[in-house]
Design a protein around this ligand. Sequence first.
Ligand code: PLP
Length: 286
Amino acid sequence: MPRIAYVNGRYTVHADAAVHIEDRGYQFADGVYEVCEIARGHIIDSTRHLERLDRSLRELKIASPMARQPLLTVMREVIRRNMVENGLVYLQVTRGVAPRDHAFPANTKPSLVVTAKRIDPAGGNKRAESGIKVITVAENRWERVDIKSVGLLPNVLAKQQAKEAGAQEAWFVDPDGTVKEGASTNAWIITKDGVLVTRPADSGILRGVTRTTVLDIIKKHGLSVEERPFTVEEAYDAREAFITSATTLVTPVVTINDRSIANGHPGSIASSLRQAFFDIAEKMKA
Ligand code: PLP
């Protein structure tokens, strides 16, 4: 059975799915996206993802391609047609198709693309069991990284640099030595005193949906948490480190720039947060 994609009102065979060459997403990265986890056929945390999508659209003054409920229906239909039990649903909205001109075109209909793909959860679980390696790179992105824009070139280059270094993620670091976030994940450490630390989401990072849900779990379990910047030096000295995203969920970090974090094995708190995420995600499915 071929994969199916939704493109501007049509369900089409994925291999033939296409947008116009003057789509502003293609020419200017003038668009936004969301990625949601699918677990046992359900979309996890869909409300938070669609709220963030609305915010990204508002910030860029891109019209909403459709109301939230019909959008959810399209996402579910793409998942159903691709028979995805576990995996990801991706949706992208751009300002639409118009003759190339930097300023916003008038009355252009936004483009909407939705795809879904299957992912065997065993891969992510294996990575979580062994832990991942992280490198640090100098922050070189624009200031509005709070918008989930498709302009991801610095993230792409950082991820490639990580891959070439034998690592799985790159953490962007500000000139003052503080960690921002990963190329596609939020960054966390746990101090020797057992305090969970992650950068505040008011500016400088994307407010990860998984980050928000993990904060809920932390508070529910009565663990100590501080939303504040932390330095790379502090991370080297941490009891544990981990990343969060809809794709990786909670995944322990075992080395940063080839320096082992604690004993170089996944920490127990990160591992139990990963388990707790699975339990809470069950209640957030749509
Ligand atoms: N930070 C960046 C730069 C990202 O691209 C992502 C996800 O794509 C995240 C953080 C994590 O966000 P979420 O938990 O919503 O997947």
